[in-house]
Design a protein around this ligand. Sequence first.
Ligand SMILES: [Zn+2]
Length: 171
Amino acid sequence: FGDLTNVVGTYTPPEEKGRSLILNGHIDVVPTGPEETWERSPWDAAMKDGWMYGRGAGDMKAGLAANLFAFDAIRAAGLTPASTIHFQSVVEEECTGNGSLAALQRGYTADAVIIPEPEENMLVRANVGVIWFRVRVSGKPTHVREMASGFNAIDAAYTVMGALRELEAKW
Ligand SMILES: [Zn+2]
């Protein structure tokens, strides 16, 4: 994601006297899979029965737009937010959350954050995360005629994978 850029807009109140807020959304999408299994190009936006279909329309450009519309609605109602609000459009969420992490590392913090990720009309306070890591396993090379005296590294990987499955089940 090194060539992609997060975008953050900041509202600063006339007088800081409340609790700050981040309104966050991501713009990346998961891979399409085989495009021939789609009814149309997944990269086209199409309207049908009042709904927009296309990659990322729901997850989560709709949430990004809702963040801005909510702020506009508050202002249109004649209200003035009492504290700083950061609007964040981040470049990556689907695999790790590196987009929001980069924004945090850039210094954008607040008392609370709202992420209008589509979650089947539920309020979700926490969600599953992703951990990426590498495991290096080693075998003991031997001649094929004396296989029993060696050890296959792929077998070692199966052992590690089994332990990770047990850990996943425990979690
Ligand atoms: Zn999402």
